[in-house]
Ligand binder design. Structure first.
Ligand SMILES: [Zn+2]
Length: 79
């Protein structure tokens, strides 16, 4: 494993030190790391795209499973 040469801070574009020397890698400094974190918290880094919805499958499965269970089965378990 070797540090990538020429790594750049995605925030300020300064050269970021290699990982062993730089706990904030891939940022140049803890400050830039915090800036990036702030962007995430503000939602400005959100990945654009349609929301993944699997409601078609989920909604189809649950009611079907419920109606498939016979009432007698649950009563047997109770006794
Ligand atoms: Zn930076």
């Amino acid at each position: 494993m070797g540090a990538l040469p020429g790594a750049r801070c995605p925030i300020c574009r300064k050269s970021a030190g290699p990982r062993p020397d730089n706990p904030a890698f891939p940022f140049c400094s803890p400050q830039c790391k915090l800036v990036d974190l702030g962007h995430w918290l503000e939602g400005s880094y959100r990945v654009p795209g349609p929301p993944v919805s699997s409601t078609g499958d989920a909604e189809g499965l649950e009611p079907r499973g419920r109606t498939d269970w016979p009432d007698g089965n649950t009563q047997e378990e109770d006794e």
